[in-house]
Design a protein around this ligand. Structure first.
Ligand code: PNS
Length: 160
């Protein structure tokens, strides 16, 4: 079965990588779907985020069944387009729940055929988010245990 793992990935973190790895053990194919909606103003372009995700896959060559796509517009339309009925999202603390529940229910209203499954974060990444990483990187702080090596490199380039 094919699963979609959607997100902004601005930038991808160790938390995202953990969910990608675990999803790739559960499903035949994992489509990492990078959002490019005009309403969001990310720090990295969709192309940069996709490049970072490709680099992460190169660093983790044991993950073989993952593809990276860009999408615009509604997630349910993207899922229908690529013929996937399952969306996965990582869940950290209770604070994530309301936001995630809202997205999952909205998607369900739009398409009854698509199910959202949640994977609880690894306890190491409970506190971790792309926003936290950006906040630290902007001020040249250390992001060693938060992002894969290639993302650290990219952040260094951006803020040096
Ligand atoms: O990493 P993020 O920013 O929390 O991911 C949010 C994402 C991409 C899953 C969500 O914003 C999304 O699916 N956007 C596409 C537009 C859409 O389908 N909206 C309806 C559900 S709220």
């Amino acid at each position: 079965m094919k699963v979609v793992y959607p997100g902004s990935f601005d930038p991808p973190t160790n938390g995202h990588l953990d969910i990608i790895k675990r999803a790739s053990n559960l499903f035949d194919e994992v489509i990492v779907a990078v959002l490019q909606n005009k309403s969001k103003s990310p720090m990295f372009t969709a192309e940069e985020r996709i490049e970072m995700l490709y680099n992460i896959l190169e660093e983790n060559s044991n993950i073989e069944n993952v593809k990276i796509y860009k999408f615009e517009g509604l997630l349910v339309d993207f899922c229908i387009q690529i013929n996937s009925k399952v969306v996965i999202r990582g869940l950290r603390a209770v604070t994530d729940f309301e936001y995630e529940f809202q997205i999952a229910l909205t998607n369900r209203i739009m398409s009854k055929d698509i199910e959202t499954l949640f994977i609880p974060t690894d306890t190491n990444n409970l506190w971790l988010s792309s926003s936290i990483v950006k906040e630290i990187a902007i001020f040249n702080g250390e992001v060693d245990n938060m992002v894969p090596a290639c993302v650290k490199q990219k952040l260094k380039q951006k803020f040096s």
